[in-house]
Design a protein around this ligand. Structure first.
Ligand SMILES: C[S@@+](CC[C@H](N)C(=O)[O-])C[C@H]1O[C@@H](n2cnc3c(N)ncnc32)[C@H](O)[C@@H]1O
Length: 313
């Protein structure tokens, strides 16, 4: 199966590790909650045939279109839906696929989203301040940058960007408003951070852009609901694989898996259990898996990837 001419090249991150842990078998039902360009999905489809099914979800209609073309040769074809993986259990129910044997979440944005200046994700190419993965939704980066108070911007950039210069950045942004383009935002951040403090291997506005993007798309909120949805939809023995690129996402995933792998989640000082919580997952990765140096050399975007996996009890 070959890509149509002109289709963007795409390397799925931690592909071998994720497929080994997801363990898609012939006849399995697998949900890819972050279909992207269908790189991981293709590897799954090759393993679940002849009668397995793949449900591919993405918020981005452009990604869905590309994936649809790239996966067109599979029979039966994958079921593709535009939506938020936060609603994964409902989407799976509507698609009528029953319980799943695997759920994959490969978080964040895809390279074509970053590379298209019109989407407003890119620091280096000028474009409108958009950053929406789903362009049907009303909240854009332009609204966030121009409508939040200085205090709210400081909190947002500090928390989601883990940026120590957050309050100066917020002050400079507010002074220069209205901002309409990615270049204008990047320039405000460049001016706010003293040159001597610019990171060596990152553009100085990277953390700010990341924070605004995560807010626009409510990425942590979706992840929290998506993890819960995955537990609801997986059948016993089914597997969940999560690849994150951000320490807050990885931290959230880690805490969720730890909590769901315990029979009691009462505070440790409480002598008798009153929560009645029962473990729903068994953790498969004590420590997160990281890409090999070879993978990072071939695909620099994989640099910060961390993979965690668990099995439904
Ligand atoms: C890193 S890419 C996935 C790449 C994919 N695994 C592949 O091999 O081509 C992440 C994709 O997830 C989508 N995405 C991010 N958050 C989402 C969410 N909450 N719901 C649905 N899709 C989401 C993005 O639009 C993007 O296309």
């Amino acid at each position: 199966m070959t890509d149509p001419p002109g289709a963007p090249r795409h390397l799925p991150v931690l592909s071998q590790e994720s497929i080994e842990l997801l363990r898609p078998r012939p006849g399995a039902v697998v949900i890819d909650g972050t279909l992207g360009l269908g790189g991981h999905a293709r590897l799954v489809l090759e393993r679940v045939r002849p009668d397995g099914r793949l449900l591919g979800i993405d918020r981005d209609e452009t990604a869905l279109e590309v994936a649809r073309r790239r996966l067109a040769g599979f029979d039966p074809p994958p079921v593709l839906r535009q939506g938020d993986f936060a609603d994964l259990a409902e989407i799976a129910r509507d698609a009528g696929l029953g319980r799943a044997h695997g759920v994959l979440l490969d978080l964040g944005v895809s390279s074509p989203q970053l590379d298209d200046p019109d989407r407003g994700f890119s620091i280096r190419r000028d474009g409108p301040l958009d950053m929406r993965m789903d362009r049907r939704l009303p909240l854009t980066a332009e609204r966030v940058v121009n409508e939040l108070s200085e205090r709210e911007l400081t909190g947002l950039v500090g928390r989601l960007g883990e940026e120590r210069w957050a309050s100066r950045i917020a002050r400079f942004v507010v002074q220069r408003r209205p901002l309409h383009t990615t270049r204008e935002l990047a320039a405000a951040v460049e001016a706010a951070i003293p040159r001597a403090a610019w990171p060596r291997d990152l553009h100085p506005a990277t953390r700010t852009f990341q924070a605004i993007r995560m807010h626009v798309n409510d990425e942590l909120g979706s992840l929290e609901r998506g993890l819960r949805g995955a537990v609801d939809v997986l059948s016993p023995g089914g597997r969940l694989v999560v690849i994150s690129f951000h320490s807050l996402e990885d931290g959230l995933t880690k805490r969720f898996l730890q909590q769901e792998s315990r029979d009691c989640v009462c505070p440790p000082q409480q002598p008798v259990c009153t929560c009645g919580h029962r473990a729903s997952l068994r953790i498969l990765t004590r420590k997160p898996l990281r890409p090999t140096p070879d993978e990072v050399a071939a695909n620099p975007r994989s640099r910060s990837a961390r993979l965690r996996a668990a099995e439904r009890i």
